[in-house]
Design a protein around this ligand. Structure first.
Ligand code: GLC
Length: 578
């Protein structure tokens, strides 16, 4: 009798253990689990996040003040745009010293306090490594330009003027092209971005060693990842041949993605990445899937994550985008990476205008639901979701109809190009007002006090006038806000690894209004239904017959008659299915 009881107790324990196992232990052991795959990333534009000393410019202490807010979002990784010493020609993407922080952000001790504060809350930190180019004010460049036989001359690309004018090179920011004449040594230097951002010569092993040392310097401080800025351009054809007509169509092929890129990455992996529990993501993923794969193929030991431009490449003009194309882009990229490699999922960042203006509907009626729908999308796809500060609130574009107000080097460069090409400048301004990256750089809207609680001084950039309605304090109070919906989604993703690793399968790809897909991992299956339109729309799906539980819904329920589902405008639903 006693024996029987012990058996029953033992069986009960085993049964309880099976029932109570965490969602994680249910996962197929063949899955290559990594913390950076399971993370939800939040991007902070430090200049605009929170100012504590009244100079109208965000700072590290401001981020420290908001650490609990970050934790409350359920994010567990932060990427911060560059905060190194810089003359700020391109808002920090022009670095004059990689081992110093810009004093306006605070001191290195303040940085460390911020980093430690994140780590205490389980939040990892990604550093923006801008090493395709430096600032003209970097000591290397000052040395390099000083004489032709200076030891730093080969740190950059120089074209001696006695060879004649160098073959044309396109500059992303400078209407006059990528070569700048420097009378000091009668030579031209190369700059793919602004003329204050000379390109480093990666063919010089000393340059590469400098970069790896800088990366180690920050890794030793405890950063957990690197975002490699404009990295596909570091390897280029330095014989500088004349480009053929129509090179624009294959821009990356001519400008970058040179044959040395992979050897450089392998070297970086050996020297830096392999030594720490750290990952690196490249900005830009080449021109083909093969390029992208090769960059992040775990067996090659180069980078770990890629982010491509095709998603944000849609909807660049006021004509908007087509849902059919949107689905195709995400489905194509997902299937290309289904077995190997890992992607970032994003729809906005500091180089783009606001999420809701480009992909949702900023009108008062639909701003909330459409932003919730887009956040549901990003947090239910395979890949690491990247959320840009303010998109968890549905912050919107600002209205800047005339060029005088613009300070961004890219906007000013594009304006110069449009003018030189004799384009209609009124039409150009309409487009710029819609797609300029300044739209995405306005101060964070914390509350309804002056300047949205961002600063007590004069903000470096005008605060969006809608801050009285759109702000953290207001959205905190409202259980149905975009902010609280975002929190629900991060929790759901964290609790359900199927949303991280599960296979993605699109349903009725050709449906004109609804984006529907399943995510499957082992015996777990989720159905995601997203209405991208401002009207009701229905879809008939056998999968919807098997809905067991609705886990997320930005409305009050779903009309579902035996698999025929009607979604309200921008309704977003995630459900467990059989
Ligand atoms: C990247 C950055 C962008 C910057 C450029 C030059 O594209 O995202 O903001 O202007 O590189 O560094």
């Amino acid at each position: 009798m006693k024996r029987n009881t012990s058996w029953i107790i033992l069986l009960l324990i085993v049964f309880a253990a099976i029932c109570c196992q965490s969602p994680k232990s249910n996962v197929d052991s063949s899955i290559d689990r990594k913390w950076w795959k399971e993370a939800v990333l939040y991007q902070i534009y430090p200049q605009s996040f929170k100012d504590t000393d009244g100079d109208g410019f965000g700072d590290f202490k401001g981020v420290v003040e908001k650490l609990d807010y970050l934790q409350s979002l359920g994010i567990n990784m932060v990427w911060m745009n560059p905060f190194f010493d810089s003359p700020l020609v391109d808002n920090g993407y022009d670095v004059s010293d990689y081992r110093e922080v810009l004093p306006r952000y605070g001191t290195m001790a303040d940085f460390q306090e911020m980093l430690d504060g994140m780590h205490e809350r389980g939040i990892k930190f990604v550093l923006d490594m801008v090493v395709n180019h430096t600032s003209v004010e970097h000591e290397w460049f000052k040395q390099s330009r000083s004489s032709r036989d200076n030891p730093y001359r080969d740190y950059y690309h120089w074209w001696p003027a006695e060879k004649g004018e160098p073959p044309y090179r396109y500059s992303l920011f400078d209407p006059e092209g990528a070569w700048e004449y420097d009378s000091l040594t009668n030579a031209y230097y190369l700059h793919y971005f602004a003329d204050a951002q000379p390109d480093l010569n990666w063919e010089n092993p000393k340059v590469r060693q400098e970069v790896y040392d800088i990366m180690k310097f920050w890794a030793e401080k405890g950063v957990d990842g690197f975002r490699m800025d404009a990295f596909q351009y570091v390897s280029k054809d330095t014989a500088f041949p004349v480009w053929p007509e129509g090179y624009e169509k294959d821009f990356n092929k001519y400008c970058g993605m040179g044959p040395d890129l992979h050897p450089y990455l392998k070297e970086m992996y050996e020297q830096v990445l392999s030594k720490y529990d750290i990952f690196a993501v490249s900005e830009g993923a080449g021109t083909t899937f093969q390029d992208a794969h090769d960059l992040v193929d775990a067996d090659r030991n180069e980078l770990q994550m890629a982010y491509h431009f095709e998603s944000v490449g849609m909807s660049r003009t006021t004509d908007g985008y087509k849902l059919a194309e949107f689905k195709k882009v995400f489905t194509r990229w997902d299937s290309a990476f289904a077995d190997k490699g890992w992607l970032a999922i994003y729809l906005s960042n500091h180089d783009n205008s606001r999420l809701v203006n480009r992909f949702g509907n900023p009108s008062p009626e639909f701003r909330t639901v459409s932003t919730q729908m887009l956040n549901t999308f990003m947090l239910s796809m395979r890949g690491t979701p990247y959320t840009y500060y303010g998109d968890e609130l549905g912050m919107t574009n600002i209205d800047m109809p005339t060029i005088e107000e613009y300070v961004d080097v890219s906007a000013l460069g594009d304006y110069g190009k449009a003018k030189a090409q004799g384009k209609d400048l009124d039409e150009f301004m309409v487009q710029l007002n819609y797609n300029s990256r300044e739209n995405g750089r306005t101060p964070m809207q914390w509350d309804d006090t002056p300047n949205a609680g961002f600063t007590t001084g004069v903000p470096w950039k005008r605060v969006n006038e809608n801050y009285k309605e759109i702000n953290v304090a207001a959205e905190n109070q409202d259980p149905n806000s975009i902010l609280n919906h975002f929190r629900k989604m991060t929790r759901l993703r964290k609790d359900n690894l199927v949303l991280v690793y599960g296979d993605y399968h699109i349903l009725q790809a050709e449906h004109p209004d609804i984006y529907a897909y399943t995510r499957t991992l082992g015996d777990q299956k989720m159905l995601v239904l997203l209405n991208f339109k401002d009207h009701d729309s229905s879809i008939e799906l056998p999968e919807a017959k098997g809905i067991r539980e609705i886990l997320i819904d930005n409305y009050d329920g779903l009309t579902n008659e035996n698999g025929k589902v009607v979604l309200k405008p921008y309704q977003a639903v995630v459900c467990k299915i059989e």
